[in-house]
Design a protein around this ligand. Structure first.
Ligand SMILES: [Zn+2]
Ligand SMILES: [Zn+2]
Length: 355
């Protein structure tokens, strides 16, 4: 027989249940370490976003420590591989895109890199990897930047103005591959120009802005630009991203080495002349976009002694085109006959190369 409760009984039962809840909650709070704020900070019950942010902060910090302990090298040790894969995971979780742990991570590393740039290069070349496809090459005589950008928006850049402009201040010249915002930033270009430093831009970009910002007048031809003060010669090769002009820069540093940067090279026609680049230039280091068209064929065309891929984890892309480090690792595993090592690097790292 179904038990039927009167309204009064139901009220009484509700009162008892409520009393248990109140007492239970009070007991639970009594168990929380209110007297120990250090422990209280690590309890995230009912605050999942807060939990994820704290987890990201701990993970970014640990990754930063592992990467410092295992710096870039030809044979990647397992802890470094794990750190880069963990970084991919964090950078493909959109919770972290505009969150404080990400900004702290990248700016801590960029500030450290800025301080490291004071360290002289006596022989060969030092390559710094910056955000996205940005690189700085430093020799005894020259420090040049390619595709240097802060990332993010003007109001909330990934790399703080206070750091990126000091990095720009350390450089003697800048070369821009093509107009896309993940490679070209007018304010950074103006910072170079205002200090009397030359900026080379592709055809049609920033025309008339400043006499120190110089464009290629003709696309689709090779142009050589001597930089006598910097003891280097810049060879500009007419690449393309689809049909957009994309300068490929071959930077020949006297007695120090030659570095080529491919920008966002992706084009079916150019691959024919790229096949022969190694016949004209003795390239030590190639800095290709990690999703370059026909990677194995392109790398053989340039024929470098060493590769340092760029453009991984471009945070302005959706996560399917953020190009994880682990994808670059897989691509190289699948080219066993290439025999060109890839020194896989992340933001703010450097690699010293001697011929
Ligand atoms: Zn592009
Ligand atoms: Zn790009």
């Amino acid at each position: 027989m179904a038990l039927r409760l009167s309204a009064l009984q139901r009220l009484a039962r509700l009162a008892v249940v409520s009393a248990f809840i109140v007492l239970g909650t009070a007991f639970a709070w009594a168990q929380l370490p209110e007297k120990n704020p250090n422990e209280q900070h690590l309890i995230f019950w009912r605050y999942p976003d807060n939990y994820l942010e704290n987890q990201a902060r701990v993970a970014f910090t640990a990754i930063d420590e592992v990467l410092q302990a295992y710096p870039p090298q030809k044979e990647m040790p397992l802890p470094r591989k794990m750190a880069l894969i963990a970084l991919d995971q964090l950078l493909h979780d959109t919770h972290n895109d505009k969150a404080e742990p990400f900004y702290t991570f990248i700016n801590t590393r960029m500030q450290r890199m800025l301080e490291d740039m004071e360290r002289p290069v006596n022989k060969g070349m030092r390559i710094y990897k910056l955000y996205n496809d940005g690189f700085i090459i430093k020799t005894k005589y020259a420090t040049v930047a390619v595709d240097l950008i802060p990332g993010g928006t003007k109001d909330h850049p990934f790399i703080a103005d206070s750091i990126i402009y000091k990095i720009a201040g350390q450089c003697d010249a800048m070369f821009i591959s093509h107009f896309h915002g993940d490679h070209a930033n007018l304010n950074i270009a103006k910072a170079f120009a205002s200090r009397g430093k030359l900026v080379i831009a592709p055809k049609g970009l920033w025309v008339g802005v400043d006499p120190m910002i110089q464009q290629l007048l003709v696309a689709d031809t090779v142009v050589d630009v001597p930089f006598n003060d910097l003891k280097m010669t810049l060879h500009i090769l007419p690449g393309h991203q689809d049909d957009i002009p994309n300068n490929i820069y071959v930077m020949e540093f006297d007695k120090c080495g030659t570095v080529a940067h491919t920008g966002d090279q992706w084009n079916e026609e150019d691959i024919v002349w790229i096949d022969d680049v190694h016949k004209k230039y003795d390239i030590d280091i190639l800095l290709p976009n990690c999703w370059i068209n026909q990677m194995e064929r392109s790398l053989k065309g340039f024929g470098p002694k060493l590769v340092i891929t760029g453009h991984e984890n471009e945070m302005e892309h959706t996560i399917d085109h953020r190009e994880a480090y682990w994808i670059t690792m897989k691509k190289f595993e699948r080219m066993p006959n290439l025999h060109i090592p890839n020194v896989l690097m992340t933001w703010g790292e450097s690699y010293d190369y001697k011929r």
